[in-house]
Design a protein around this ligand. Structure first.
Ligand code: DI6
Ligand code: FE
Length: 405
């Protein structure tokens, strides 16, 4: 016997959604240390396996901890004024071209210290955690200078030390062209490739690199240069693509073996096929669709036909998705995109984990890290069906009960 036996915790009689599907029977689930150690139908359970285990809970629905695989959680200020302008008829693109939009958050974020960004971002992170998130991806992209992009990434990493959550960071230097580079987009892309990516990689501050491939963002040729630089530094790739128009960014991302192409409302069949061939995950962002009152639906039926894995994320950001309630995203994915509740929940667990290059997460399987949520509902579908905060009874992070109600 080791001096400090690994603690064992047993949940009894839970309905399990394992990240892909709902298991038929009520289950008992055993966690040993940081890992899931056993999962049995209640009627087959042999009490000997649970020797020495503390009963940690009974009843309810157990899901993997939610994985929010696309957020811009770190920023200063807010854009309520632009929300009002849009209600008066201005479009998102018009506001962006007039120097607002992303650039207005850039001005506020550049002016903020690391501590101020932490203070601004923590309430948003806490809202995600209170609704079941155990892994969150956080992008830079409101700094757009070397110092400010690294500042954002450091803040993202620090958030992961301040709260029990896994933080995956993404350098999004190519989010918008900063005003000081007006008319010199290729020079800015060179800064991203030759300075930001090497620095973020050398300091271990970024797990991936993302681009905004769009008329108001960067061209496919520019995105390609960024992908090449990212690959040269061993960083994973992601793309904001086909959000407002079809430039072929998703197919480009797929050709480079990107983990995901995100938004994809304007994706065509060739793009879907390219993603299927490359195993690139489609990240659906129904919050941005909802806030922008977009009418072009992502090609869900084609994605299904080609077997492209679909993830669902919050896109939490000050412009197009100021929403930090992940279960609302499951609801919007069903109501707006017609995903089934099973697809939506899988999209926020197993598929989202794949979109982060972490297929070990987002699953309830023997051997997986014990990131779990116990919900006060009777079936997993209720999480997508009803919009209601406060249903999370327990959040378990790395085998540790970190939220209990
Ligand atoms: N697309 C989006 O929806 C977010 N970024 C992007 O490239 C919006 C970011 C913002 O408006 O602040
Ligand atoms: Fe985004």
């Amino acid at each position: 016997m080791p001096a400090f036996p690994t603690p064992k915790q047993l949940w009894r009689d839970v309905r399990v959604f394992d990240g892909l599907t709902q298991l038929d029977e009520p289950m008992n689930l055993l966690v040993e240390g940081e890992r899931i150690a056993g999962l049995w139908p209640v009627r087959e359970f042999d009490e000997a396996f649970a020797q020495g285990a503390a009963c940690a809970g009974r009843g309810g629905v157990m899901t993997p901890g939610l994985v929010d695989c696309h957020t811009h959680l770190v920023y200063a200020g807010n854009r309520a004024g632009e929300f009002e302008q849009r209600l008066e008829g201005a479009s998102y693109e018009e506001i962006a071209r007039a120097g607002g939009g992303i650039l207005s958050s850039v001005r506020a974020t550049r002016a903020a210290s690391e501590d101020e960004l932490i203070a601004a971002s923590l309430p948003r992170l806490d809202a995600l955690l209170a609704d079941g998130v155990t892994t969150v991806e956080i992008k830079s992209g409101y700094g757009l200078t070397l110092a400010d992009e690294l500042k954002m990434l450091r803040v993202a990493r620090r958030l992961g030390q301040l709260r029990p959550v896994r933080v995956i960071t993404t350098l999004l230097g190519a989010h918008a062209l900063p005003p000081e580079y007006a008319g010199r987009a290729d020079d800015y892309v060179a800064l991203v490739c030759d300075v930001m990516i090497p620095a973020a990689a050398a300091e271990g501050l970024a797990d991936a690199v993302d681009v905004f491939c769009e008329g108001i963002g960067f061209s496919p040729a520019q995105c390609e240069r960024i992908f090449q630089a990212a690959q040269a530094h061993g960083l994973a790739l992601k793309a904001h693509a086909e959000q407002l128009s079809n430039l072929g960014g998703s197919a480009l991302a797929a050709r480079y073996g990107a983990l995901s192409a995100d938004h994809i409302e304007y994706l065509d069949e060739a793009g879907v096929r390219a993603m299927a061939e490359a195993g690139t995950v489609a990240v659906l962002l129904p919050g941005a669709f909802h806030v922008l009152r977009e009418t072009q639906l992502p090609p869900i039926e084609l994605l299904r036909q080609y077997g492209v894995p679909m993830a669902v994320a919050s896109d939490a950001n000050p412009g197009t998705s100021p929403i930090c309630l992940p279960t609302l995203m499951a609801n919007l994915a069903c109501t707006l995109f017609r995903l089934t509740p099973r697809e939506a929940l899988s999209g926020m667990t197993a598929q989202a984990a794949r979109a982060l290059g972490r297929p070990d997460l987002g699953r309830i399987e023997v051997g997986s890290p014990a990131d779990l949520c116990l919900w006060d509902v009777q079936s997993p579908a209720e999480l997508a069906y009803a919009v209601q905060a406060g249903r999370l009874r327990q959040r378990i992070f790395n085998g540790e009960l970190v939220h209990a109600r």
